[in-house]
Design a binder for this molecule. Structure first.
Ligand SMILES: Cc1cc2nc3c(=O)[nH]c(=O)nc-3n(C[C@H](O)[C@H](O)[C@H](O)COP(=O)(O)O)c2cc1C
Length: 371
């Protein structure tokens, strides 16, 4: 019998209800102090029928925290906010992993108190982020991290993972994608170091593996996943041989028996801005990684089902479809029409375009029913 998107799956320490996962998506609703609110808890609870929710990227450290309104997990207040989220998702029977990021070079100086952003090498990210006045502002050249700063960052990830699990989250996903700090170490366009953290693929993978080992020591391998985006060019990142770089890293992760590897790689013909036309690496990662693989990137229901049927993945993560369809699992299962999201409210703050997308089949308002 063919495995379907709606079959249960064991992932690390957990048994999940289905293979339709919610991809991590920054929604910028946690205010200037990065503390998730009741509204954030409602947003995730509305989507709790996903087999697994992977949260928006969450900062492990103030110097790697530069997305206005994105949450953190390095203060007690942030941790308390996340407890609201975890409790709300669990009350609806869901599972939730927190995506952990250090933004590395993609942070504006003004967001981190006038300090320079940190990166493996002093190579500025391309593009811009809004400053505190909402004006798109170009990135400056980051500071090359010392070995002591690298060790501090490793510790920040481990402490954040501990805080996440203590707040009730089921596990964490390391954001090793989209040019952020771990990815910037992995790819040679952003890592031109000459020490043990740069040069060879083994050396470029060292930071990732030190973070993985520190996090696993803190919370256990069955609560840890990793996300790669081997061929995208977000913020101008690149690698001269993504297949060699990422298959090496995937083989090292296999040995660690993590909960999963999550690969973001839209199909070449998907028209996604995340695809830059490089040959896909996901098939090679499938072969190199001995464990549960999640695929993501501009997939629809039938693409996701094909990936599972053909053994290209065990589970599929959907991003944008979950924004406007909190009940995406039920809609896919019953072949109901999907709602279209409004991109203007992806990062706008406020509850509009956040918690106001209805389910296809409205839940009865039990409090208003009299018999
Ligand atoms: C609003 C928005 C925010 C995103 N934030 C994150 C993020 O915090 N971390 C991450 O790894 N990817 C992030 N992504 C990428 C998504 O996880 C996903 O890879 C991408 O949307 C492609 O999948 P989809 O076609 O199913 O949406 C974001 C995407 C969107 C649209």
């Amino acid at each position: 019998m063919t495995t379907t998107l709606f079959d249960p799956i064991k992932l690390g320490d957990y048994h999940l209800n289905n293979r339709v996962f919610m991809a991590p998506m920054t929604r910028a609703r946690s205010g200037p102090t990065g503390v998730p609110t009741d509204t954030v808890a409602t947003y995730y609870a509305q989507r709790a029928s996903a087999g697994l929710i992977i949260t928006e990227a969450t900062a492990v450290d103030p110097r790697g925290d530069g997305w206005p309104g994105a949450p953190g997990i390095y203060t007690d207040a942030q941790q308390s906010g996340w407890k609201l989220v975890a409790d709300a998702v669990h009350a609806k029977g869901g599972h939730i992993f927190m995506q952990l990021w250090h933004m590395g070079r993609a942070v504006l100086t003004e967001s981190i108190g006038g300090q320079r952003a940190l990166a493996p090498s002093p190579i500025a990210a391309e593009g811009a982020l809004p400053n505190s006045q909402g004006v798109p502002t170009a990135f400056e050249t980051p500071e090359e991290m010392s070995v002591a700063q690298i060790k501090d960052a490793v510790r920040a990830f481990a402490t954040a993972a501990r805080r996440a699990v203590d707040a009730g989250l089921d596990g964490i996903e390391l954001h090793a994608a989209n040019n952020f700090l771990i990815d910037a170490f992995l790819r040679d366009g952003t890592n031109q170091r000459r020490d043990e953290y740069g040069g060879s693929i083994e050396n470029r993978s060292r930071f990732l593996l030190e973070v993985v080992d520190a996090v696993v020591a803190e919370i256990g391998a069955g609560k840890v996943g990793v996300r790669f985006s081997p061929t995208n060019a977000v913020f101008g990142i690149s690698d001269t041989n993504p297949e060699a770089t990422f298959t090496y890293a995937a083989r090292q992760l296999s040995k660690r028996k993590l909960a999963y590897l999550h690969v973001l790689e839209p199909a070449l013909d998907s028209g996604s801005s995340m695809s830059v036309g490089l040959p896909q690496v996901a098939p090679a990662l499938r072969a190199a990684y001995d464990g549960l693989l999640i695929l993501n990137g501009s997939l629809n229901k039938s693409d996701g089902q094909d990936a599972i049927s053909n053994g290209r993945a065990e589970a599929v993560a959907y991003g944008i479809p979950f924004i406007a369809n909190p009940d995406l699992v039920e809609r896919y299962q019953s072949d109901l029409a999907l709602s279209e999201p409004n991109p203007d409210t992806f990062y706008s703050g406020g509850s509009k375009g956040y918690v106001d997308y209805p389910n296809a089949v409205l839940e009865p308002a039990w409090d208003k029913i009299t018999v």
